[in-house]
Design a protein around this ligand. Structure first.
Ligand code: ATP
Ligand code: MG
Length: 397
């Protein structure tokens, strides 16, 4: 057995020594069987949270109502969840409370897709009552049991199905796809935050083109908060090669395609963090400039490297050109800038005050900006005396 399972093995062994069962489950087992990189291992156990706490001295309650605790061992945290069923679903959402059960199979049965309902014991033996391995082999996403029922229990699974398409490139099994179409409207019962978490993963997936096609085909897009809930915008995006784009780049492309007059309003509907909304709004302004002309040194300086790469990548996409060299090109441009940050300018606001012998005011900032522009555009060297002469010659002082 390899990492990251290896360092979690002692947890399973200790639970077993106390007389309970414990297995690796969920995404880690799926990704392991697919030969993909594994992030976090999830452990499922027959021990109840209170029992786990008697086995492990250090634990953190993260979702104790759902039977999940974090066991801390040698400074590392492991998520351990008690076998459970989610018997009573209300309002098409994950229930507030769950019932703990003692059999692994009952726990696997409440999981969303067959490929996510596989368990692995400490020796690497697989427990797969719902033919999840068969689904992995055939690259199929199928619900455990009746698709209609499973989506009606928890409508977030509608989004989960599509984000797995985007991440794995699998197809949806027929009944599952039909049920997505039939139950799409139930997404309205799910909080934006939970939809967003799946959406973010979908937007990073290499097969996002296919995911967007399914959003359209199933009608699920109509129940998304904004930008992605417009058929024309999605169709327009599908005219471009969007698979290499990351989440931010997709947001920017959709902002551009939607021709929205209020990026703020659109992005707030997704409850994106304010910082991200600001960054995307800024990026859209630079994208509009970039569509008019090549970067000027001053614009790239103002945008910064990160925004520069974001904008250039989306710009290339809009031009139907491969985006592969966009980042390198921006880095190259950026490296050649005479100054890369404001504090590299040879003069300060204080110098201007001394030269002018006048009280400070908005003029200081404005003049500094003019100087920065002139230095970046190569009109004057970044040299204190030269700058002073230039400012005087221009009559700016
Ligand atoms: P990732 O690699 O993105 O973490 P994952 O499959 O591990 O993918 P998680 O959201 O971490 O996804 O969930 C862990 C496991 O819990 C899933 O593999 C699945 O078995 C189960 N699960 C998660 N969300 C649901 C849900 N809404 N309904 C049923 N089972 C779920
Ligand atoms: Mg996971």
């Amino acid at each position: 057995m390899k990492e990251p399972f290896l360092s979690a093995l002692p947890i399973i062994e200790e639970i077993e020594n106390a007389g309970f069962e414990a297995y690796f489950v969920g995404g880690s087992v799926r990704d392991y069987l697919l030969g993909k990189k594994i992030h976090d291992v999830d452990i499922a156990t027959s021990a109840k949270p209170a029992e786990l706490k008697t086995i492990f001295p250090k634990t953190v309650d993260v979702g104790i109502a759902h039977g999940t605790i974090i066991v801390i061992r040698q400074g590392q945290g492991f998520e351990v969840t008690t076998y459970r069923t989610e018997a009573e679903y209300k309002d098409y959402r994950r229930p507030e409370s769950v019932s703990f059960v003692r059999h692994l199979e009952e726990d696997l049965k409440r999981r969303d897709f067959t490929m996510n309902a596989i368990a692995m014991d400490k020796t690497g033996s697989i427990v797969d009552p719902f033919e999840g391995q068969h689904a992995l082999k055939n690259k199929v996403i199928a619900t455990v049991g009746s698709a209609d029922e499973r989506f009606q229990e928890d409508a977030l699974r509608l989004m989960r199905a599509i984000r797995f398409v985007s991440q794995l490139g699998f197809r949806l099994e027929m009944e599952t796809e039909k049920a997505i179409e039939a139950n799409a409207h139930l997404l309205l019962h799910i909080s934006v935050e939970r939809i967003m978490a799946e959406m973010a993963k979908m937007l990073e997936g290499p097969y996002k083109t296919e995911a967007f096609k399914i959003l359209l085909r199933s009608g699920l897009y109509k129940y998304l908060p904004s930008l992605f809930n417009k058929r024309e915008d999605i169709l327009a995006a599908l005219d471009y090669r969007i698979s290499p784009l990351n989440e931010n780049q997709i947001w920017l492309l959709f902002l551009y395609l939607s021709q929205t007059t209020s990026t703020d309003r659109e992005l707030k509907k997704w409850k994106l963090p304010t910082k991200k909304i600001k960054a995307l709004t800024r990026a859209l302004d630079y994208l509009k400039l970039r569509l008019l002309h090549e970067w000027t040194a001053y614009e790239l300086f103002k945008a910064g490297r990160e925004t520069g790469v974001l904008v250039e990548t989306v710009y290339e996409t809009i031009q139907h050109r491969p985006v592969g060299s966009a980042a390198q090109r921006i880095y190259g441009h950026f490296d050649k800038l005479v100054i890369k940050a404001r504090d590299q300018l040879a003069v300060t606001g204080n110098d201007l005050l001394v030269w002018a012998g006048e009280p400070g005011g908005p003029w200081v900032k404005e003049l500094l900006e003019e100087i920065i522009k002139a230095v970046l555009n190569g009109d004057i060297p970044n040299d204190k005396q030269e700058i002073r002469r230039w400012v005087k010659a221009c009559g700016l002082l």
